[in-house]
Design a protein around this ligand. Structure first.
Ligand code: NI
Length: 222
């Protein structure tokens, strides 16, 4: 599962966030990395208790919770983040897997990871998010305000930035649907139901919808 959701934030919302975190209080990104990841992580992040983070995080979480595409792929139960991170020239995050349990104390299981791109892609070189998949690697660099959502089981890295600054917000989601394969079934089914809306009869529509909700009932942990 890998999904790109365009325009999660509007242009105005992105600009607001960039203004706020531009001169936010940054700390070494290694404070939030696991033991192994710490060795390969070289970036900066806005302190969670910094004014900029306190102002922007609730706004973004609110927007995210209203995004129906995000809901249809992630089925969020708990969200850890956002963490606002920054890669200046030479900064990078080598290949790693995200911690399975997060929070202090550890109480959020990471099922789904997400990166919300904040910097305009033409303002920096490098900085692609690279996801290792069975088929090979996926290189991801998105427009401002767009987000990539992927299973937290994927190993990934961030290419070194060679020009400019890459700002992004990252999240980890404990999903109501623990297994990736089940989330994918629900996502596909929901997609089909939406696509068929108005093209099939009411009874068929209801039957499909009933399958969707019954699967959700069987699989969702709330
Ligand atoms: Ni990561």
């Amino acid at each position: 599962m890998l999904l790109i959701i365009p325009n999660v934030l509007s242009k105005e919302q992105v600009e607001l966030v960039l203004r706020e975190i531009g001169d936010g209080a940054y700390e070494d990104g290694r404070v939030s990395a696991g033991d192994l990841a710490r060795d390969v992580k070289k970036n900066l992040q806005v302190k969670r208790d910094a004014a900029a983070a306190q102002k922007c995080a609730p706004m973004i979480l609110d927007v995210l919770r209203r995004n129906s595409v995000f809901f249809s792929i992630a089925f969020p139960h708990k969200i850890n983040g956002p963490i606002f991170n920054r890669y200046d020239v030479g900064m990078t995050y080598g290949l790693h897997v995200d911690n399975a349990l997060m929070g202090e104390p550890a109480s959020i299981r990471s099922d789904v990871s997400a990166t919300l791109f904040l910097s305009a892609p033409e303002t920096y070189d490098g900085g692609e998010l690279i996801l290792s998949e069975h088929q090979g690697e996926r290189r991801i660099k998105l427009p401002q305000g767009s987000m990539v959502v992927y299973a937290s089981t994927n190993a990934h890295r961030v290419e070194p930035v060679t020009r400019g600054t890459r700002l992004a917000a990252i999240f980890w989601i404990q999903s109501m649907i623990r297994e990736e394969a089940k989330r994918d079934v629900l996502f596909d089914l929901n997609h089909v139901i939406t696509a068929l809306h108005g093209k099939i009869g009411h009874a068929e529509n209801m039957a499909l919808s009933s399958v969707y909700h019954n699967l959700l009932r069987m699989w969702a942990e709330t």
